[in-house]
Design a protein around this ligand. Structure first.
Ligand SMILES: [Zn+2]
Ligand SMILES: [Zn+2]
Length: 662
């Protein structure tokens, strides 16, 4: 990164997307370069990127490179807006609470936050006052003014801010540029980038307050973190707020408890205890995948614990060890064994245990083995960030000529699996990352093969440059749930590197040895995370085939208890999950309880039903409506829904249905 261009008569060369160049003196403001391209473009611009690095319009440009103007259509602009929102939040807080010391205020995935050191924790009333004050700061339209200052000057400016003074100590002896930004009355030590002025922040909302240790260090003081979000458009903000509200109602950690599906205990952080009801769901998901993979796949099981030689061959021992649980080997006295964090290497060992002919390919190994990854406990969250999990993992060994067909089939397989749950998906194609193994030739070949196969499906996809795995390009599947959130789930990864490392081969038609290619494939990611997504997607109201309890039979009075018990026995003999609720409670109470437990069908039996061999059927979330039908017809209906894995008894609603008042 030598500054050749600056040395050369202090001129830099900026290359525009259309190939034209602009030669300007080093130190020219980004704004002036954009203005020289066009006045309209300048008014639409939020920031610029030079060789991919986003800087704001107020930044002096010092190096040559590819120059891209960022407008609010560019996703990077949203990050700039949100980070600017953090400054505006701090501006408002400082006006109302001049004693608040300031920490950091970054943009995050769904918004931004700012940390404050205050004597007294903030209250929800404070939050409302800060938000109102922010609206004033926005209306006052303060420009974000950038200044580059010396360390001494910065220290003089932030003398009253101990946290900023601590941050400034990091600049000691470094030649990093120190920049400060001022918007109206507020000044902050910040690298940028920011929007040109405070009026850009139109659609925002302060969301919550949480405690957060200064610099994430539990030994340091607890700060008050204010979370917020912002969008370019009003409807985007509204959609997001609605999603947050829905997500709160559907939180899988809350529903997991109220529906008695799983729990966590400090005795094993990040590993779920699945109750009987939760286990039903995981087993059904696995049974479904087993059904789908009965032909053409070989289900295998491999050890959980390996000595380090396997990880040395795979490269994980060097690159990934801190994410693995190491185990003491009594014989060597060293922690040189590990629980597997992924299945791949063990499947290569399985492949290499026999000779293979080209006639066997594609050879598909699938498994549901348990994996462990050593996530820091602070990052663990419900079923979505865990230490122990099972993937629906599959490794496919095949010839290069088979890639296109295989990938086409896999894409269809994965999409149809999602459709069963009413989930839609979008595809992303990720190419070689900066840190990778293998030659450029290998990457050219792998990317061309996977991309060709993807394009042959005719489906639209998004290109993610540089987002591939370190061993090969991949197709990722983003799934959209019933409240519009996206989750990255499935993946198809092409791997030319592992067959080399593990010296895998097959005998070709020409009777000589050839290298296979490997595809890593997962459909739902892990069962843990997928179950969490399904719980939130269905708001706990699972389709009948997945529901832990499918039918609850309720006698109107104790006289019909035996009839009900006989019905349950009959349903259970057919493989249905049925129970009887003969508790000494009112009918309304029991029906309501079934609704709360999200049982799909409640079959009520009174005198007439007992005599005529019918049930008065209450379908989950349909209120007081009931339907009289014969036991035979009811049973046939449920069996059919289970067999076809139908999305019944109710379509996935966009909002949590009000509990029926039975
Ligand atoms: Zn900033
Ligand atoms: Zn793999």
């Amino acid at each position: 990164m030598s500054d050749l261009s600056t040395a050369a008569a202090d001129l830099i060369v900026l290359t525009l997307p259309d190939g034209n160049t602009r030669e300007v003196p080093a130190g020219t403001l980004a704004r002036d370069v954009v203005g020289s391209i066009g006045a309209r473009l300048l008014s639409a611009s939020v920031a610029v990127a030079v060789d991919g690095e986003v800087v704001d319009l107020m930044t002096p440009l010092r190096k040559s490179g590819a120059f891209v103007v960022i407008t609010d259509k560019d996703p990077r602009a949203l990050e700039v807006l949100r980070h600017s929102g953090a400054h505006i939040l701090a501006t408002a807080v400082r006006r109302l609470r001049p004693d608040a010391a300031i920490g950091f205020g970054p943009a995050i995935d769904d918004g931004f936050y700012y940390d404050f050191d205050v004597e007294k924790p903030f209250t929800p009333d404070d939050l409302a006052a800060f938000e109102a004050e922010m609206r004033k700061v926005v209306a006052e339209k303060y420009a974000f003014v950038r200044e580059e200052v010396s360390l001494e000057e910065a220290r003089a400016r932030f003398a009253g801010d101990p946290l900023k003074m601590e941050r400034l100590a990091d600049f000691e002896g470094s030649d990093e540029v120190i920049s400060v930004y001022t918007d109206g009355p507020f000044v902050d030590l910040c690298r940028g980038p920011h929007v040109p002025d405070t009026s850009y922040l139109k659609h925002f909302k302060l969301l919550s307050i949480a405690g957060a240790y200064w610099r994430g260090d539990v030994k340091r003081q607890m700060l008050q973190r204010i979370y917020a979000t912002a969008f370019w458009k009003k409807d985007e903000l509204e959609t997001h707020l609605h999603q947050l509200e829905e997500a709160k109602k559907r939180d899988h950690r809350v529903l997991g408890k109220s529906l008695d599906l799983f729990f966590f205990s400090p005795v094993s952080p990040g590993a779920a205890f699945w109750t009987e009801r939760g286990t039903v769901i995981v087993n059904e998901l696995q049974a479904y995948l087993r059904d789908l993979q009965r032909d053409g796949y070989q289900e295998i099981r491999t050890p959980l614990l390996y000595n380090k030689s396997l990880w040395e061959t795979s490269g994980h021992w060097g690159k990934y060890r801190e994410n693995m649980f190491l185990v003491l080997d009594n014989e060597t006295g060293e922690h040189d064994m590990s629980l597997k964090p992924m299945n791949c290497p063990s499947h290569y060992v399985m492949y290499a245990s026999k000779k293979h002919s080209y006639r066997e390919l594609p050879l598909r190994f699938n498994t549901y083995d348990v994996l462990h990854r050593n996530e820091v406990t602070g990052a663990l969250s419900g079923l979505t960030r865990v230490r122990q999990f099972q993937q629906d993992d599959c490794h496919i060994f095949l010839m290069e000529s088979q890639i296109a067909d295989e990938v086409r089939q896999l894409v269809q397989f994965i999409l149809s699996y999602y459709r069963t749950f009413g989930l839609t998906a979008t595809l992303k194609f990720a190419t070689r990352p900066a840190t990778r193994i293998g030659s450029d030739d290998m990457w050219d070949q792998a990317e061309a093969a996977l991309r060709g196969a993807l394009e042959a499906t005719g489906l639209p996809y998004e290109l993610k440059e540089g987002d591939g795995a370190f061993y090969g390009p991949k197709i990722d599947f983003d799934v959209h749930d019933s409240i519009g959130r996206a989750w990255q789930l499935g993946t198809i990864q092409l791997d030319y590197a592992a067959p080399e490392r593990f010296d895998l081969s097959y005998t070709g038609e020409d009777n000589s040895a050839h290298r296979p290619v490997i595809i890593h494939r997962a459909v739902s990611g892990s069962f843990e995370r997928f179950t969490a997504i399904l719980i939130e997607h269905f708001a706990g109201a699972f389709p009948v085939w997945l529901a832990p309890e499918q039918i609850r039979v309720i006698p109107i009075a104790d006289d019909y208890r035996e009839t009900c018990e006989a019905l349950v026995a009959r349903f259970r003999a057919k493989g249905l999950r049925a129970t009887v609720d003969a508790r000494n409670e009112t009918l309304n109470y029991r029906v309501r309880d079934g609704e709360m437990q999200k049982v799909p069908y409640m079959a009520v039996v009174g005198k007439r039903e007992a005599e005529e061999s019918t049930v008065a059927l209450r379908v989950r979330h349909t209120g007081k409506k009931q339907e009289i039908l014969s036991v035979d017809a009811f049973e046939a209906r449920v069996l059919d829904e289970v067999r076809t894995r139908a999305l019944t008894p109710m379509p996935v609603a966009a909002t949590t249905t009000e509990e029926a008042s039975a």
